[in-house]
Design a binder for this molecule. Structure first.
Ligand code: SF4
Length: 414
């Protein structure tokens, strides 16, 4: 493995060595000789820039992604992970993805979860169902709901405020990691209000943190093709900025492997990084970044457009490493075992990732498009240990928790 320090302080020496050979070469030899050397020198300079926590440009990121040997990228990303998270623990969380409603008018072409208004399978989750699911979540050691749903045309701000207040009254210790920029944009539009007013009202009603779904790829060309009914790039980013100003902890995601170009993935990363750079000092901003792959089974994108997820294990690991490298101002990088499976996610822990996410007692959106993987609280810890790390339960603020003494292991039967 070529380590970056091999090149440290070396560009001048390398250059003199190169020039001393030049006079003895034909122009063809010169081309063959220089091109790989120049690439190695460029890689070394970019590695050093990354290790110095400097912001790499989109072009520099694409260059590394396309040209750096995987082992070198993993090594650089792992060094950065050790600087950012200087311990051998890999964090994980117990929570449950509960959906407020499956009614949605956004019509995303990768989504098998939603139903149009009036569909016989359409539902709005009632309080008895919430209670049953929360009681179960507490028994399984969780203390948080990841609460999301479709863009229901009839559910405005009051519905969410009432639901959050009622849940908090019934379960004062319950954490609500809820909604996301697309839903906040939808409610804002329904209420003819502002993002800030909606976020303030939701926070007052019990919203603890704002997840980062619906980012897909933050480039409008891509969004027009796969999720035209959702907020655009600028609105997604603006809502997150408003959340940071209100000291709401957020996370950012990227769903890739569909119609986007490599350049657009890196545009996405740079936009996340720019918003993070503007967060107030007292805010955690984006506490984590979670890249995951498009799940294509039975989706409109696959059936009508023939778009399939062709991301290989190597490419996913590369994207994890590049996420760590491109986002020096985001502390936690999460490997998505749900979409890539246990083994690939384990390798990602050696490629810059330091978090294994949730055991997801329940998940209905990504699973509806083919994500088949499942973990219990014992299974996720075993997977982290097998990868050579110490599993550490956390909460949504990435504070460490002890495993509850009375925890029950759920039965995975689906
Ligand atoms: S991904 Fe979300 S916003 Fe898009 S159609 Fe599905 S439920 Fe609606």
């Amino acid at each position: 493995m070529v380590r970056p320090e091999c090149y440290a302080g070396g560009p001048t020496d390398n250059f003199s060595r190169l020039t001393s050979h030049v006079s003895r070469l034909t122009s063809h030899d010169l081309m063959l000789f220089l091109l790989p050397r120049i690439s190695i020198m460029e890689l070394a300079a970019l590695y050093q820039k990354a290790l110095d926590f400097q912001f790499l440009s989109i072009e520099e990121g694409v260059y590394l992604f396309e040209h750096a040997p995987l082992t070198e990228l993993m090594s650089i990303a792992n060094e950065l992970r050790k600087k950012q998270v200087p311990h051998n623990k890999v964090t994980w969380i117990i929570d449950r993805n509960v959906n407020t409603t499956n009614v949605c008018i956004a019509n995303c072409k990768f989504c098998n979860f939603y139903r149009v208004p009036g569909h016989p399978d359409a539902y709005i989750t009632d309080m008895d169902t919430y209670k049953r699911k929360i009681d179960e979540t507490f028994r399984y050691g969780g203390e948080q709901l990841l609460l999301q749903g479709g863009h229901h045309p009839g559910l405005g701000l009051q519905y969410y405020v009432d639901t959050f207040r009622q849940l908090k009254k019934l379960y004062p210790t319950l954490k609500l990691h809820a909604l996301g920029p697309p839903e906040v944009a939808h409610i804002t539009k329904l209420e003819k209000s502002t993002h800030r007013e909606i976020l303030v009202a939701l926070k007052d009603a019990g919203l603890d943190s704002l997840p980062g779904p619906g980012a897909e790829i933050l480039v409008d060309r891509v969004r027009r093709l796969i999720s035209k009914g959702k907020c655009g790039t600028e609105e997604w980013l603006t809502i997150m900025q408003e959340a940071h100003k209100l000291n709401l902890t957020t996370s950012a995601t990227m769903m890739f492997g569909h119609v986007e170009t490599i350049h657009e993935r890196f545009e996405h990363l740079v936009k996340i990084r720019s918003v993070q750079a503007k967060k107030p000092d007292n805010s955690k901003g984006f506490i984590a970044f979670i890249p995951w792959t498009f799940q294509d089974v039975d989706t409109l994108l696959a059936r009508i457009r023939g778009v399939h997820n062709l991301v290989t294990a190597e490419e996913y690991i590369r994207m994890i490493a590049m996420s760590r490298i491109m986002l020096p101002n985001v502390k936690n990088i999460q490997a998505s075992w749900l979409t890539v499976g246990k083994q690939v996610a384990q390798i990602c822990l050696h490629a810059g990732a330091n978090d294994f996410g949730s055991i997801m007692i329940e998940e209905n959106v990504v699973s509806a498009a083919g994500a088949p993987h499942r973990f219990t609280y014992k299974g996720i810890q075993q997977a982290i240990s097998e990868a050579g790390f110490e599993p550490q339960l956390r909460n949504q603020q990435y504070e460490f928790r002890s495993i509850p003494a009375t925890i029950e292991e759920q039965v995975i039967n689906y």
